[in-house]
Design a protein around this ligand. Structure first.
Ligand code: PEP
Length: 244
């Protein structure tokens, strides 16, 4: 753990209906004054109702993507300003599912990050290698290359968080060894434009492995997918981060 701000961020992906806002309410009630930042990023349809449901609590709400343009003819897309208007304070950008499913390049991620910063959002910029890239010994090359191309000029610890998410660990139940996580996070710490940026690890973080991951130097929190859907599971991860 470094001296950067600690953050437990949940990515609900394409999961969640209004009935699931109960999970956000439960989390807000269980952690009225958490010892770390706590963020949930639900699908776009739930940003405004979730922000309303947890209003007055410390729980923050974010988006999962935004467009690089501020407004205009982009059917089906959502702008950074719309996220802010709905109650979001953060936005996840460059998640590997966006890079793979929507062909997003690091240059595209960088353009989206600029738009998000213009709107006043904190960006959570994701980087991570595929299994083939790791097997080929290219992990640091890939991750540092994505970092260089995705993080825009003007990025600081106040407006940017980096999430290291090995693609092969997302949703698979597999995680890198603690040494492998440490190696990448140490390299990221040396490479980020502002050394105080929070560095999150993401990829099959669960209540059972969170504490050992948070004990790694230069891991300042987690980006959590599946285990963020249930308040009990995410709450255990938040408690582990508070204790780290
Ligand atoms: C993610 O979606 O960013 C993620 C890390 O998912 P999971 O925790 O389910 O592996």
């Amino acid at each position: 753990m470094s001296s950067a701000c600690k953050l437990a961020a949940g990515n609900w992906k394409m999961n969640g209906l209004r009935a699931d806002l109960d999970q956000a309410r439960a989390l807000a009630e269980a952690y009225p004054t958490p010892g770390c930042g706590v963020l949930l990023c639900p699908p776009a349809t739930l940003i405004a109702p979730m922000a309303a449901a947890v209003a007055g609590s410390a729980l923050m709400v974010g988006g999962q993507d935004c467009h690089a343009q501020d407004a205009g003819a982009h059917t089906g897309d959502i702008s950074a300003q719309m996220l802010v208007d709905a109650g979001a304070r953060h936005v996840i950008l460059g998640h590997s599912e966006r890079r793979a499913d929507h062909g997003e390049s690091s240059a595209t991620v960088g353009a989206k990050a600029r738009a998000a910063h213009r709107a006043g959002l904190v960006t959570i910029i994701c980087v991570g290698e595929t299994e083939a890239e790791r097997d080929a010994g290219r992990t640091l090359d890939v991750v540092l290359g994505q970092l260089r191309e995705s993080v825009p000029e003007g990025a600081t610890a106040a407006n940017t968080v980096i999430a290291y998410e090995p693609v092969w660990a997302i949703g698979t139940g597999r995680t890198p060894t603690l040494d492998q996580i440490a190696e990448v996070h140490d390299a990221l710490r040396a490479a980020v434009p502002d050394g105080a940026m929070s560095l999150l690890y993401g990829g099959s973080v669960k209540p059972g492995n969170a504490a050992e991951i948070f004990a790694i130097g230069n891991v300042d929190g987690a980006l959590v997918g599946g285990a963020s859907l249930k308040a009990d599971d995410f709450g255990t991860i938040i408690a582990a981060l508070e204790a780290a």
